[in-house]
Design a protein around this ligand. Structure first.
Ligand SMILES: Cc1cc2nc3c(=O)[nH]c(=O)nc-3n(C[C@H](O)[C@H](O)[C@H](O)COP(=O)(O)OP(=O)(O)OC[C@H]3O[C@@H](n4cnc5c(N)ncnc54)[C@H](O)[C@@H]3O)c2cc1C
Length: 328
């Protein structure tokens, strides 16, 4: 039986939410193709999470317990995956569409005669092959693509493209990999990793609530207000591209077509007009609440609730009211 590999994205020793989403998507595909699902964990720490990965669908867990494989290192990870592909019967590979894994997967595709489709918002099966859905032109058009018959198929899924749902699987069979790296793959090593997110604020891709600021903030200082609101409600802070391009907030917090995709329960957009490129990254939020002084701002067309008003009056009043209700 062929295997569908799921490359586990992990950080701080834990699988990221996207990994459980990938396993959920793999279960859906495997139910139609009859493939088995094998998770691949490159780097230390897999053992503690084998059961969780099994619950979400992994029947097998390939584990390379080596510091060589950990972090943003490309060639060692490519070579470990190449070994699994060459030694086994791999039908396809699902991975999180992040910069790093796109880097790894595209090199793997070249080495293993595969085809790669990245930034997918969904995957399905058609005629025994995987079909990837991509939103193009900022989400105005949908394109569906598959890899040519006979080639290894690799698909990168966006974070939050699929909701993670537990299945009823048990603990997976754990297979330890023994990878001997080529000289090229040992030329670079991660010597230290510094976390850039300050404090306890959740990452926007994982947060249940996201507060985002745009050009309407007018200046960098406006983000201190966004952070105050976020900390009052336990949210992550994101930004539009206009705000990140202006240097008011780091680019890694940009939401949208060329930024991150988020899918929180609640998105509060302050001083953001709702251009299609921004909407491409947040329109799947369950509740969209803009605060904008222009009643005709396009973001109101996708809003669940909204406040027409000056954010510098609305947001402080909101913070005060929330604090009062929380008894702070
Ligand atoms: C190829 C390409 C990729 C792109 N990718 C992205 C992307 O990933 N993410 C992204 O966000 N953009 C992206 N953009 C840019 C996008 O087209 C918009 O320019 C950008 O989203 C606008 O940001 P904004 O809404 O913050 O600013 P603006 O469009 O300038 O909107 C500011 C809003 O703030 C309101 N406002 C002003 N003052 C106040 C106040 N005091 N109180 C309340 N409201 C106020 C205004 O009414 C206005 O609606 C991309 C563009 C291109 C061409």
């Amino acid at each position: 039986m062929s295997e569908l590999l799921v490359l586990i994205d992990h950080g701080a020793g834990k699988p990221r939410k996207v990994s459980l989403q990938l396993l959920t998507a793999a279960r859906r595909l495997a139910a139609e193709t009859g493939d088995t699902i094998a998770a691949v964990w490159l780097g230390p720490g897999a053992g503690d999470h084998a059961e969780t990965l099994g619950r979400f669908g992994a029947q097998k867990l390939y584990h390379w317990d080596s510091e060589d494989a950990h972090g943003y290192v490309t060639l060692p990870q490519v070579e470990a995956l190449q070994k699994i592909v060459e030694d086994g019967d791999v039908a396809g590979i699902l991975f999180a569409s992040t910069n790093h894994t796109k880097d790894v997967a595209s090199r793997l595709a070249i080495r293993c005669d595969g085809g790669i489709i990245t930034d997918c918002s969904d995957v399905e099966v058609e005629g025994g092959r995987i079909l990837g859905t991509k939103e193009v032109f900022g989400g105005d058009m949908i394109s569906k693509a598959k890899v040519a018959e006979g080639k290894l198929q690799l698909f990168g899924l966006n974070t939050n493209a699929v909701a993670a749902e537990e299945g009823d699987g048990g603990a997976p069979e754990v297979v330890s990999l023994d990878v001997s790296l080529s000289e090229d793959a040992t030329k670079t090593k991660v010597v230290s990793v510094e976390k850039q997110v300050s404090g306890e604020r959740p990452d926007i891709a994982e947060a249940a609530t996201v507060v985002a600021g745009g050009r309407g903030l007018g200046e960098e200082e406006g983000f201190r207000l966004m952070e105050e609101l976020a900390d009052t409600i336990g949210a992550g802070v994101g930004a539009s591209r206009a705000a990140t391009d202006a240097g008011w907030y780091p680019h890694r917090f940009q939401i949208g077509q060329t930024g991150r995709t988020i899918s929180p329960s609640l998105y509060i957009g302050c001083g953001i007009s709702g251009a299609i490129q921004h909407r491409a990254g947040m329109q799947t939020a369950q509740n969209i609440v803009p605060i904008n002084k222009d009643p005709d701002a396009p973001i109101f067309s996708i809003a669940d609730f909204g406040v027409v008003g000056d954010l510098y009056k609305v947001v402080p009043a909101l913070i005060e009211e929330i604090k009062k209700r929380k008894g702070d």
